[in-house]
Design a protein around this ligand. Structure first.
Ligand code: GMT
Length: 382
């Protein structure tokens, strides 16, 4: 096996966390000289930003639209594409991000290619287990794909426990945390003018997500309305999704619309983190919560919910505070404790940045994945 690996990365192209992690990992691997073949429905959106890498290739999965067919069969088209790319590019392995359908497509491609041995590494990201994979319509195939993967990783211990519980696996699962580009998400580095959003005496509270129900966007608005009654503050919301209309309505009814910026989807989000005083993340659960890590790396204290992967990212009382899911009063109290105490905020900001740079550096996590790839290719247990 040569030092340079040829890796197919299957991922979603959109704004979801799994696509972001897959794309950033691919970029890191390409930077280290490996040949990366992204296989996706569209160009992953973080690939569209910035640098050019000669080691990155992109292969679009073409689905079929035909009146007589009930669906576009993305999963099958993905599997076909994987099979073809594995042959054409002589791939060493496929790294499937998200169980449904990517891991399933990967295992199908593996079987099609036999006796050629295509190795498949599967990374579980969260909703692929907690929502989609455990649904009766997908459960048997998801379990089959996990069991037949050459290695399986989860992005937190919490998700490993959930996966074991849901699927009763005997297979060992390795935890490899998400990571952050600590050069990009850096304290104080912003092309954004803070004064465009807030007066000097106003604090800036930030939330970034895909506005899905699991993010509890209504809690963001409710928490902020409590803060706004007690102190001068502005709320910046970045992202878009199914909960936007409900959030707008709530912002109007709680009378915080004139203090809230709905900025929609943004690409250069590091600029907003760098001007924020606090990051608010009241999710129902997060297998990890990349956005919280991006905040820590930017030196922004995080107030989030406890009980899921977020507890592995945010140290309660050190880099921010954790409160029970739905405890709007408690979340608001924690937020105001930080916003009102300049010294505490500075200490937490430093602790967060330190934690991001020491525990969640992109290069370190890339090397953990490389160790898994090499173990799988050498036929060892990762
Ligand atoms: O947050 C989402 O619903 C998107 C989802 C995804 O798969 O794209 O994010 C999940 O994967 C991220 C990357 O590993 C994690 O950081 C998120 O915590 C996780 N989301 C949930 O568990 C809700």
């Amino acid at each position: 096996m040569s030092g340079i690996l040829r890796i197919g990365i299957a991922c979603f192209a959109g704004y979801g966390g799994s696509g972001v992690v897959a794309t950033e990992l691919g970029r890191e691997l390409a930077r280290a000289g490996h040949k990366i073949h992204f296989i996706s429905g569209q160009v992953p959106f973080r690939l569209l930003q910035g640098e050019f890498f000669e080691n990155i290739y992109y292969h679009e999965v073409e689905t079929l639209t035909y009146d007589a067919l009930p669906a576009q069969f993305y999963g099958l088209a993905m599997s076909s594409k994987m099979t073809q790319i594995a042959i054409d590019e002589d791939l060493d392995l496929i790294h499937a991000h998200y169980a449904v359908p990517h891991a399933i497509s990967g295992i199908l491609a593996k079987q099609v290619l036999m006796p050629k041995d295509l190795r498949v590494v599967t990374t579980l990201h969260g909703t692929d287990i907690t929502l989609v994979g455990r649904a009766p319509s997908f459960f048997p195939l998801t379990k089959w794909a996990i069991e037949h993967s050459d290695a399986v990783t989860t992005v937190s211990k919490w998700l490993r426990t959930e996966t074991d519980r849901e699927f009763g696996l005997t297979k060992p699962i390795q935890v490899i945390y998400n990571f952050v580009d600590t050069n990009r998400f850096t304290p104080g580095h912003s092309r954004c003018h803070r004064e465009h959003f807030a007066r000097p005496e106003e604090k800036i509270v930030l939330h970034v997500s895909n506005f899905r129900p699991v993010k509890r966007l209504h809690d963001v608005i409710a928490v902020f309305s409590i803060i706004a009654r007690k102190m001068p503050a502005k709320l910046i919301l970045i992202g878009d999704g199914p909960e936007r209309e409900r959030a707008l309505e709530l912002a109007r009814s709680l009378d915080v619309m004139n203090r809230t910026y709905f900025l929609g989807r943004q690409t250069n989000i590091e600029n907003y983190y760098a001007i924020a005083d606090l990051f608010l993340f009241p999710s129902e659960y997060e297998s990890f919560g990349v956005a919280a890590l991006e905040a820590l790396s930017s030196g922004v204290p995080v107030v989030a919910t406890r009980g899921s992967g977020l507890s592995e990212v945010v140290e309660d009382g050190v880099t921010g505070f954790l409160a029970p899911v739905g405890d709007v009063e408690g979340l608001a109290r924690s937020a105001m404790t930080i916003l009102n105490d300049h010294e505490l905020s500075a200490v937490m900001s430093e602790a967060g940045r330190r934690r991001a740079t020491c525990c969640f550096r992109a290069e370190t996590i890339r090397d953990h994945y490389l160790a898994v790839y090499r173990a799988v290719l050498e036929g060892r247990k990762p």
